[in-house]
Design a protein. Structure first.
Length: 110
């Protein structure tokens, strides 16, 4: 699964004009990105973070429709992940997402 997620991230990064194809796959109701972010594979967690960061850049409107508090909370928890690469990527994602209108940090929840 991590290979597929990696290929999707590369596809949208290198050919953003094909973002709609990646969106069709990633945002299918059968795909659970939160499950990928919680997976025991460091590589899958890392690549899912990379994919989300890139989707935030090239497919923000589509990402917003699939965004959830569970996704936000899981990303925020990954900042404390045991794997340094996952931690660093989760921090990068959160830094970029804080500028997006749909991202509301936990401390701002009421």
């Amino acid at each position: 699964m991590s290979t597929i997620v990696g290929i999707l991230a590369c596809t949208i990064r290198e050919m953003p004009e094909n973002a709609y194809l990646v969106e069709k796959i990633v945002f299918d109701e059968k795909v659970d990105l939160v499950k990928f972010l919680k997976h025991n594979s460091n590589l899958l967690r890392y690549r899912t973070c990379v994919l989300l960061r890139i989707l935030g850049r090239f497919s923000c409107a589509s990402l917003q429709t699939k965004w959830s508090s569970a996704m936000r909370e899981t990303l925020e928890a990954l900042v404390y992940d045991s794997d340094e690469q996952v931690r660093n990527e989760a921090e990068s994602v959160l830094m970029e997402f804080r500028n997006l209108s749909f991202y509301i940090p936990v401390e701002d929840d009421a």
